[in-house]
Design a protein around this ligand. Structure first.
Ligand code: UDP
Length: 261
């Protein structure tokens, strides 16, 4: 059972929910209040879906274990249209995170920020608490801990001790999705009800990075903005044309199949 939406759309094996930002945030808050289990929320972009498509299915399985999967990028929106199954609204993870924080503040739901370089989550917490009166960021930790069982257990023990119901995991993709998936039982036992994988959002909340200006966003060129600011992403971005070509092939295949049917 998905957490919200009027259906799902399959993009190269990855299941996305057709939701609006507001309805998805409402559903998350309702689950954080009353849900008995942990719900994972992922916001894949084209790069991550291409990684899923190139893999053996393991990463796809991890992403599809989410209760809510939101289309972060323009590329995902275009692919959905190409397949004849358009999605209602693009929902960038960083915007969605704020939507959740605003509602967490109104509902007095405690939040924990995990990820970013030392000091970033703390600064993000202070800025968001100032922006959303009533918000309680009850704990923070940086994302540069060792991925050994004991170090991971120590991170989760801190989360458990904080009493957080909502956890922002900002370790980059796919590390954050794997972290949530591999530790889902421990996080549930720690009292977390919603865990969201939100990439570089804490850097933006902390005021360390800036989102692309509106012009780049409206032209669908956010990827170019990121590349100009972080040229080292060039290798990762090779995934974007591959994703586009793979979607074109898949769309053609689907058309042929539907003609035959
Ligand atoms: N990060 C982290 N631990 C790591 C590697 C990365 O906490 O071991 C953080 C990094 O500081 C940054 C975020 O993860 O804040 C990755 O941001 P990016 O926008 O690159 O996310 P992606 O596009 O990979 O989802």
């Amino acid at each position: 059972m998905r957490l919200a939406g009027k259906g799902t759309v399959n993009i190269l094996g990855v299941v996305f929910d057709d939701v609006t930002k507001a309805s998805a945030a409402d559903a998350i808050i309702a689950h954080a209040k009353d849900g008995g289990t942990l719900a994972a929320v992922f916001t894949p972009n084209s790069e991550l879906v291409e990684q899923c498509a190139e893999g053996d299915g393991t990463l796809t399985g991890i992403i599809n274990s989410a209760k809510l999967t939101l289309p972060d990028s323009v590329g995902i929106m275009k692919a959905a249209r190409m397949f004849g199954t358009p999605l209602t609204e693009r929902i960038p993870g960083v915007e969605f995170g704020e939507e959740v924080l605003a509602r967490a503040a109104e509902n007095f739901l405690p939040v924990y920020f995990l990820g970013g370089r030392p000091g970033v989550a703390e600064a993000a917490g202070a800025r968001m608490e100032a922006k959303y009166p009533g918000l309680s960021v009850v704990g923070t930790a940086d994302g540069y801990f060792e991925r050994t069982p004991s170090a991971v257990a120590a991170v989760i023990a801190k989360i458990a001790g904080s009493g957080a119901r909502i956890l922002f995991v900002c370790l980059g993709a796919p590390a954050q999705e794997k972290f949530i998936y591999e530790n889902r039982r421990a996080l549930e036992d720690a009292g977390v009800r919603v865990a969201l994988g939100l990439g570089g959002s804490l850097d933006i909340y902390a005021g360390i990075s800036r989102r692309a200006p509106g012009l780049f966003v409206s032209l669908g060129l956010e990827w170019l903005w990121r590349l100009l600011r972080e040229p080292s992403r060039i290798g990762r971005m090779a995934a974007l044309p591959k994703f586009y070509l793979r979607c074109r092939r898949e769309a053609k295949k689907r058309k042929k199949q539907s003609r035959r049917a």
